[in-house]
Design a protein around this ligand. Structure first.
Ligand SMILES: [Zn+2]
Ligand SMILES: [Zn+2]
Length: 223
């Protein structure tokens, strides 16, 4: 079920972009802001306590910072796709390997903690929908062949389920639960805070955005 939800979430978002060709960026930004607040809250309410409860806090802190640095590094190649925008060249027609590999590492990692935190699936799912839409818009506007765009999205949709599969079936995932989860916490802290900061244009007061952020926090708290 986890796998189906994650795969469908990505593929349906891509299909939506393909058929509807949405032009209203405002709604996408609101969805992004909600997903950022929701993911950040789940990280703080659920992931943080689970790792600090079982390990030395300084070691965990180091892994969290490493996760943040890893995400900074990945974004040199993905140009920010994980947090909802793209600065890649749309004129290129080649399969975007660097983008694909960096997104895959990110997505694979975030599949791991779903095994022990059921609610996280909703956070990741809601985070993937705007990301898949942004990716879809980029791929469809680029000169990349449609078959490659579809292949990209299908493989991308499989990465988080595959990470979850590894967490369930491989012993190392259980043995290194705390460091792996701490890495993912770092990744989530980085992307979710960037989503929240970048979606406020010129720091103008935006009531709708504030409301969805507060909603994201309340829903994560009440899960
Ligand atoms: Zn950015
Ligand atoms: Zn992600």
């Amino acid at each position: 079920m986890t796998y189906v939800l994650l795969i469908l979430g990505v593929l349906l978002s891509f299909a939506f972009v393909y058929f509807m060709r949405p032009t209203n960026n405002g709604d996408l930004k609101l969805l992004l802001a909600f997903s950022g607040a929701f993911l950040l809250s789940l990280t703080i309410f659920e992931l943080f306590p689970s790792v600090y409860a079982i390990s030395d806090s300084k070691t965990i802190g180091v892994y969290i910072m490493l996760g943040m640095l890893l995400q900074v590094f990945l974004e040199f190649f993905s140009k920010g796709a994980e947090h909802g925008h793209m600065h890649l060249d749309v004129e290129k027609a080649n399969f975007p390997w660097l983008l694909f590999v960096s997104l895959s590492i990110h997505s694979l990692l975030e599949g791991f903690p779903i095994k022990t935190h059921d609610h996280l699936i909703y956070g990741i799912l809601i985070h993937k929908i705007p990301i898949a839409m942004v990716l879809g818009i980029f791929l469809l506007n680029s000169k990349i062949k449609i078959i490659h765009a579809v292949l990209f999205m299908v493989l991308f949709s499989l990465m988080t389920p595959f990470g979850n599969y590894m967490a369930v079936h491989f012993d190392f995932a259980t043995k290194y639960y705390a460091p792996i989860t701490a890495l993912v916490i770092g990744v989530f802290l980085h992307i979710s805070t960037i989503i929240l900061f970048e979606s406020s244009e010129g720091h103008k007061f935006n009531l709708r955005k504030l409301v969805v952020i507060i909603l994201g926090i309340i829903i994560a708290y009440s899960l």
